[in-house]
Design a protein around this ligand. Structure first.
Ligand SMILES: [Zn+2]
Length: 143
């Protein structure tokens, strides 16, 4: 499967939680794509103002980019809770399934899902689930 825009933003966010400087090479490694593929995608992300490029820090997510990433984490983690609580998945099985579903479910679906699950604050791995429209602030360190 070719990684999409959302996967790149998440990848850049994840690198940013571990270190200060984010380079093309690191994104390419983590995404398992070629550096030119990263350059190509980064051009789009810069044009859409989801990302900024800083000479010393490398890539930085804009507020818009951060919002999009937070929303993805929200979807991903609510889906994880659903899979464990209602479909009998084990914690080991849910990540991959949620990776796919997070890109396909609508905002409305996620709101309904959140209600059904009684507004959980954490995913089964311990990651924080941001409320609708809020930025992700990791309160616990996910495994
Ligand atoms: Zn999780």
């Amino acid at each position: 499967m070719t990684p999409n825009k959302e996967d790149y933003l998440k990848c850049i966010y994840e690198i940013g939680t571990r270190q200060e400087k984010i380079t093309n090479k690191e994104v390419a490694q983590l995404m398992q794509v070629s550096p030119p593929a990263v350059t190509e995608m980064v051009k789009k992300l810069l044009a859409e103002q989801l990302l900024l490029k800083d000479r010393s820090v490398g890539y930085i997510l804009t507020d818009l980019g951060l919002k999009l990433v937070s929303d993805l984490y929200r979807k991903h983690r609510l889906i994880e809770v659903f899979l464990v609580n209602h479909l009998g998945y084990t914690t080991e099985e849910i990540h991959e399934e949620a990776e796919v579903l997070e890109h396909t479910v609508s905002d409305h679906f996620v709101e309904q899902l959140e209600k059904l699950l009684h507004f959980p604050k954490n995913c089964p791995h311990g990651g924080t689930i941001p409320a609708k429209g809020e930025l992700l602030v990791e309160k616990t360190i996910p495994l």
